[in-house]
Write a protein that binds this ligand. Structure first.
Ligand code: PDD
Length: 288
């Protein structure tokens, strides 16, 4: 059965949803997006996703004509029209600057944004990697300097993840010129040191301010765990007790190998386990 997707105010079967070849998202990656997790048929951290979308649109000076109520209605309608078999999955939403004659010069006055969204079935809570963990390699981060904006310029990240798979790993952590870890290809990166401190890079233009990250930091506080928001190196990561990643599409996933070095005992670490369970519980309570 075809999915029902949303595009510019209407709901259509997926094969009937079309966008112009002159869309600036297609021609210039001139567009931003959000991915929201759904657990028990409810949206996780939705207001925070809307806030970040608004920030991304502001940064790129794309017209923002969408309020939270309108966006929530789209998400709810998509969930109703495409029930997830497992009550879990993702909703992807993208806003492009719009369609106009191809020109490097941006002229917002004669252009209206295109907005579309669709559901993706995905098991989020009971995944295999939750116990087995992920293998990570590190790759030099050659993305642009505004990684804090959630744009659809995802080619480098996509190539890096593919390279990781070709090398027998699951994903890559992207490192800066000083060998500090920025983040994963589509997730934030964390280690836990020998004193049980959670370490994750402080927010800057080098990484995306993950919504899952934001909630994890609140959950860690509730659990009385110490979080150090600072850069960490590959060497530190390799000698860490535990490591994990976070994103709307993986929630919290343990990392058990970095560049072929086993982390901890090669299984999900105890703190990562508690953090994951508590994160899911709290997020479900706050979901809408
Ligand atoms: N990716 N860093 C990058 C580069 C990301 O693309 C993502 C999310 C994150 C985590 O952000 P959040 O916790 O808000 O999902 C960090 C989404 C899931 C994607 O591109 O599919």
């Amino acid at each position: 059965m075809e999915r029902i997707v949303f595009i510019n105010g209407v709901y259509l079967e997926e094969n009937n949803a079309k966008i112009s070849i002159f869309d600036r998202g297609l021609l210039f990656s001139d567009s931003v997006y959000e991915v929201t997790a759904v657990i028990d048929n409810k949206l996780i951290d939705f207001p925070a996703h809307v806030l970040r979308l608004k920030k991304s649109l502001n940064e790129l000076k794309i017209k923002n004509t969408f309020d939270e109520k309108y966006l929530l209605e789209i998400h709810r309608n998509l969930l109703n029209k495409n029930p997830f078999s497992n009550k879990e999955g993702l909703i992807y939403m993208q806003v492009t600057r719009g369609s106009t004659e191809r020109d490097f010069l941006i002229n917002n006055s004669n252009i209206e944004p295109n907005i579309f969204a669709f559901t993706q079935e995905k098991i989020l809570t009971e995944t295999i990697y939750k116990d087995n963990g992920l293998k990570i390699i590190t790759i030099e981060d050659l993305r642009w300097q505004r990684k804090d904006i959630k744009t659809t310029q995802l080619l480098f990240a996509s190539l890096a993840k593919t390279e990781a798979h070709e090398k027998g790993a699951d994903d890559a952590w992207l490192i800066d010129e000083e060998k500090y870890i920025n983040e994963g290809t589509s997730n934030n990166a964390y280690i836990i040191d020998n004193d049980n401190n959670i370490i994750t890079r402080n927010l800057s233009n080098k990484l995306l301010p993950g919504i899952t990250r934001q909630t994890i930091l609140e959950v860690a506080k509730k659990l009385k765990l110490t979080v150090n928001e600072r850069p960490f190196t590959i060497d530190e990561a390799i000698s860490a007790n535990e490591a994990f990643i976070s994103s709307a599409s993986t929630l919290i996933a343990p990392v058990v190998k970095i560049n072929n070095n086993i982390i901890g005992n090669g299984k999900i670490g105890p703190i990562t386990g508690i953090l994951r369970e508590t994160y899911i519980k709290i997020s479900k309570n706050q979901s809408i």
